[in-house]
Write a protein that binds this ligand. Structure first.
Ligand code: SAM
Ligand code: CA
Length: 235
């Protein structure tokens, strides 16, 4: 069964009670059963905190629906919360290309994906994401063919992923970048940031600046989870 007990706030909301309110009022009651199961299965993992927060997941599901997404790309799968969410949301003949350098964590969640009968929509690529994206771009059929992309992997490469995604996505396609507020560190002086967050902070600040200056997209930074930046390809 799902861990319905409120977890520590994963995101930037400072009040535990407020986060609990959001989860209990609007997120848990509507979270599909397979996602609850995947969350439970992932909970004992030492890196369970990497899983997409269910409130951020709910927003991603909503965006997929609004975009009418049929073909999606995901970079950074871990045990598959956002992947399963996407697979459950897109139509039965939809496709998700999901890239992760680590197949082991994907295998943890795979039985739940199978049980939910959505595995046929998933094309999992075990690889570093950059070469995998470049390989996809060698096939002209992939250009401008994706409706949606979710990026939740190594922050240092977000800028590089963005350039590739801009080619893979249709005009009007939606990209969502996760962790763009990097535990709030983007707005803190470097001296007050824990060493483990310093590298990610620099990459994220650079990435956020480049998105804000990118005329090819429109964007919105949403303080959900650890910060989601939602973008639409304009041309
Ligand atoms: N979206 C996932 C979820 O909902 O559970 C969480 C993804 S987790 C935060 C980040 C993932 O990115 C890890 O599984 C890691 O193996 C993968 N990753 C990190 N660097 C990568 C790279 N250069 N190429 C491909 N995958 C990478
Ligand atoms: Ca994340």
């Amino acid at each position: 069964m799902a861990p319905e007990k409120p977890t520590e706030p994963k995101g930037l909301l400072q009040t535990h009670d407020l986060y609990k309110y959001i989860l209990e009022t609007n997120v848990y009651p509507r979270e599909p059963e397979p996602l609850k199961e995947l969350r439970s299965l992932t909970a004992p993992h030492p890196w369970a905190v990497m899983g997409t927060a269910p409130d951020a997941g709910q927003m991603i599901g909503l965006l997929l629906k609004i975009a009418g997404a049929k073909k999606a790309l995901e970079i950074g799968v871990f045990t598959g919360y956002s992947l399963l969410l996407t697979a459950l949301t897109i139509p039965n003949d939809g496709k998700i290309v999901a890239i992760d350098v680590n197949r082991e964590s994907y295998e943890i969640g795979r039985p739940v994906i199978k049980k939910a009968k959505v595995e046929h929509k998933i094309d999992f690529i075990e690889s570093e994401a950059l070469p995998a994206l470049d390989k996809m771009l060698e096939n002209p059929e992939n250009e401008g063919s994706f409706d949606f992309a979710f990026v939740d992997a190594d922050k240092i490469n977000y800028i590089n992923y963005h350039e590739r995604i801009m080619k893979l996505l249709k005009v009007n396609g939606i990209m969502v970048y996760d962790n763009t507020l990097w535990f709030g560190s983007v707005a803190q002086p470097e001296s007050s940031v824990l060493d483990e967050f310093k590298k990610g902070r620099v990459s994220t600040i650079e990435f956020n600046k480049s998105l804000a200056a990118d005329p090819r997209i429109e964007t919105s930074m949403v303080p959900l989870g650890d910060g989601l930046t939602i973008c639409r390809r304009l041309y």
